[in-house]
Design a protein around this ligand. Structure first.
Ligand SMILES: *Cc1c(COP(=O)(O)O)cnc(C)c1O
Length: 360
C-alpha cells in the first residue's frame, strides 16, 4: 500500500491513524454487531458517539457554555444563506471580502437583505492582502460582521481578529478551524465545512452564541432555522452520522497531538519551511503580503509557467499529489492542514529545491 502526501485543498488528507481506526471498527463497532453507518441516529450507541464528539470539540476549542455546537449538512455554502436568514432580523450586515469565498458569502447574503461591503481587497479578481482595522467601513448598527479568517483559494489569512464592538462577529473558518487556538468568545458565530480540517465531506459545524438563535426571518425553511437544530441537538432530521463519527475520531486524534496548541506549533513550522523554500529562489514566487500568508493554503507560481506540467508530473511520481492551484489563481497550491505530516512538507521542500536546480 502506498499512501501519498495529498496536498488537496479539500476534501483533504485525514490522519492515517483515524482511517485505520475506522477500518478496524468498520464491520462491528464496539461489539454492537454493526457498522456506525448502519446505526439509528437515535439509538444509545450512536448517541454516545455523537455526544463524545461534541464534548471533545468543546474541550479542544474551549467553547463557552453559552454557545451551541450544531452538526449540520449543506456545507459552508449553505451557511452563506443560513446566516443572513437567521441573523439579519431586518437590518443590514457588513462583509469583509478578502478572497473567493468571502465574495460568494456577500453575494448570497444580498439575496436576503442589505449586505454592505466593509472592505474588499481584490484587485482584478485577485486577493493578496487583508484590510487593516482602520480601513474597515463598519456600521455600528449592523446585524453582524462577516469575514473569512483564511481564504482557501487565494492563500490569504487574517493576522488579527477584526474588532466589531457590540456587533456579533461571524467567521467562515472552513479551512483553518482547529489549526490554532481561537478565542471563541470573540465571535457570535463560527462555521466550517468539515472536509478540510475536521473530517469527511458532508458535515458542517456551526458554533453559535445562544442569543443569536431564535430570530429566523419569516419564511425561513425549517431546515435552515438554527433554533430547530439547537432544540433537537442536531437530530431534527437524520444527521450525517458517519461523517460525525469520523469527525469524532479526528477530535480524539487531535487531543493526542497536544490539542490545538500542539498542532498549531507543527502547522507554524510546516508553513515556515515551505515559504522559506519559495523565498529561497527566484524560481518560485508567492504573491501574498508576508503577514497575510496563509498557514493552511500555500499558493506559489513557477517563474516559467511552461514548466508547470512537468513540476506536477514529477511531484506526483514522488507521491506528492494534488498540487495544482485553483483554476482562478493558477500556479500551485499546497494545503497543509492538520493531517499533513511534517515529513510531507519536508519531501515537498526537497523536491522543489531539486526541481529548481535542474530547471533554473
Ligand atoms: C471550502 C470552503 C467553502 C465551501 O465549502 P462547502 O462545504 O463546499 O460548501 C467555503 N468557505 C471556505 C473558506 C472554504 O474553504
Amino acid at each position: 500500500m502506498a499512501r501519498v502526501y495529498n496536498f488537496s485543498a479539500g476534501p483533504a488528507m485525514l490522519p492515517q491513524a483515524v482511517i485505520e481506526r475506522a477500518q478496524a471498527e468498520m464491520l462491528d463497532w464496539h461489539g454492537s454487531g454493526m457498522s456506525v453507518m448502519e446505526m439509528s441516529h437515535r439509538g444509545k450507541e450512536y448517541m454516545s458517539i455523537a455526544e463524545k464528539a461534541e464534548a471533545d470539540l468543546r474541550e479542544l476549542m474551549a467553547i463557552p457554555a453559552n454557545y451551541k455546537v450544531l452538526f449540520l449538512q449543506g456545507g459552508a455554502s449553505s451557511q452563506f444563506a443560513m446566516i443572513p436568514m437567521n441573523l439579519l432580523g431586518g437590518r443590514a450586515a457588513d462583509y469583509i471580502v478578502t478572497g473567493t469565498w468571502g465574495k460568494k458569502a456577500i453575494a448570497e447574503a444580498a439575496r436576503f437583505g442589505r449586505a454592505n461591503c466593509a472592505a474588499d481587497t481584490g484587485v482584478g479578481g485577485r486577493y493578496t492582502s487583508v484590510p487593516s482595522q482602520a480601513e474597515l467601513k463598519l456600521d455600528p448598527g449592523a446585524a453582524y460582521l462577516h469575514y473569512t479568517p483564511n481564504e482557501t483559494v487565494d492563500g490569504v489569512e487574517f493576522p488579527y481578529i477584526p474588532e466589531a464592538g457590540a456587533v456579533p462577529l461571524v467567521a467562515d473558518f472552513s479551512s483553518s478551524i482547529l489549526s490554532c487556538p481561537i478565542d471563541v468568545s470573540r465571535y457570535g458565530l463560527i462555521y466550517a465545512g468539515a472536509q478540510k480540517n475536521i473530517g469527511p465531506a458532508g458535515l458542517t459545524i456551526v458554533i453559535v452564541r445562544d442569543d443569536l438563535i431564535g430570530h429566523a426571518m419569516p419564511g425561513t425553511p425549517t431546515m435552515f432555522d438554527y433554533a430547530i437544530h439547537a432544540d433537537n441537538d442536531s437530530m431534527y432530521n437524520t444527521p450525517a452520522t458517519y461523517a460525525w463519527y469520523l469527525a469524532g475520531l479526528v477530535f480524539e486524534w487531535l487531543k493526542g497531538q497536544g490539542g490545538v496548541a500542539g498542532i498549531a506549533e507543527v502547522n507554524r513550522r510546516k508553513a515556515e519551511k515551505l515559504y522559506a523554500a519559495i523565498d529561497a529562489t527566484d524560481f518560485y514566487a508567492n504573491p501574498v503580503v508576508t503577514e497575510c500568508r496563509s498557514r493552511m493554503n500555500v499558493v506559489f507560481t513557477l517563474a516559467d509557467s511552461t514548466l508547470d506540467e512537468r513540476f506536477l508530473a514529477e511531484a506526483k511520481a514522488l507521491g506528492l499529489t494534488t498540487l495544482k492551484g485553483h483554476r482562478i489563481v493558477g500556479g500551485m497550491r499546497a494545503s497543509l492542514y492538520n493531517a499533513m505530516p511534517e515529513a510531507g512538507v519536508d519531501a515537498l521542500v526537497a523536491f522543489m529545491a531539486d526541481f529548481a536546480q535542474r530547471n533554473g
